[in-house]
Design a protein around this ligand. Structure first.
Ligand SMILES: [Zn+2]
Length: 145
């Protein structure tokens, strides 16, 4: 696969509140699981999952002087940015499509972002990028990331 990593200084403008902001996953294998007869069942592990994990995923719109792009923030990046535990997050919102207000706290700020440029970005001109590392404010990426 053809991809490379680049660092960028970006402003996060806003959160794209489309789709869901988390996935319920199996603690055994990490696969997405579904509720069946009031219990969480993992088809891959073939067992009931009593305390499933949550994986966060949001898309944000970020920009620099050259234009705007969309960034896909994964579980690790969101936990790093928000610095709070999932219990607190889930207490704020129980609906998958109801975005917790705390997400707004990451907008209107400056970030140093390490993102992946994949083949799809080059060949298909996709403007969404996978973030592999993010931290607040503009820093020299070579020394900190
Ligand atoms: Zn599983």
């Amino acid at each position: 696969m053809c991809q490379r990593q680049v660092s960028a200084h970006l402003h996060i403008k806003y959160i794209k509140e489309t789709g869901s902001w988390y996935t319920i996953v199996s603690t055994g294998c990490g696969d997405k699981i579904e509720m069946a007869q009031d219990v969480w069942c993992c088809g891959s592990c073939n067992r009931i999952v009593l305390f499933p994990d949550n994986r966060y995923k949001v898309i944000v719109v970020a920009s620099d002087e050259t234009g705007a792009i969309e960034l896909l923030l994964g579980d690790l990046q969101i936990r790093t940015l928000l610095g709070i535990r999932d219990v607190q997050l889930l207490q704020q919102s129980t609906e998958e499509e109801d975005f917790p207000l705390v997400f707004k706290s990451v907008t209107k700020q400056k970030y140093t972002v390490k993102l992946l440029i994949k083949e799809i970005n080059v060949v298909n001109k996709a403007t969404i990028y996978w973030v592999t590392n993010i931290c607040k404010s503009f820093i020299d990426p070579n020394s900190h990331l």
